[in-house]
Design a protein. Structure first.
Length: 140
């Protein structure tokens, strides 16, 4: 069930983009009083990137569950800001998969310049374990 390439070398990553809306703010999710991207929402986006990274190699009936999170939220993002989240597999041990995650602001294109990635908004590590979905749910 563990993801790997033909040589057994981990090659799992994903990039996702999100636009910050009023529903994503610290004020809306209950983690503060300001209208900026809330840490719980940013964490959910980072987890979504790890899920997206694993999904293509997942066996039928398998899923992954989060087991450990470490995230440093380093910068504020206003409503309307765009965030790119990158998750890259950094460790694999059987069914356990650890990811390095990073979130960066997306700086809009201006003139002839293409959009670019700006300041780092967050960095961290997320661990997931690949499980059989049916067996996992039967244990609850």
């Amino acid at each position: 069930m563990a993801p790997s390439d033909a040589a057994g070398t981990p090659t799992v990553e994903a990039r996702l983009r999100f636009e910050v809306t009023d529903d994503d703010t610290a004020e809306a999710v209950g983690s503060g009083s300001l209208p900026v991207l809330g840490t719980p929402r940013l964490l959910a986006w980072c987890e979504a990137a790890t899920v997206a990274a694993l999904e293509p190699g997942m066996a039928h009936g398998a899923t992954s569950v989060g087991t450990r999170v470490e995230l440093e939220h380093r910068g504020a993002t206003p409503v309307g800001g765009v965030v790119e989240v990158h998750a890259a597999q950094s460790y694999l041990d059987g069914r356990l998969v650890r990811f390095s995650v990073a979130a960066r602001e997306v700086v809009p294109a201006s003139g002839d310049d293409a959009e670019q990635l700006g300041k780092v908004l967050a960095t961290g590590e997320i661990t997931r374990v690949v499980v059989d979905a049916e067996r996992f749910m039967a244990r609850l």
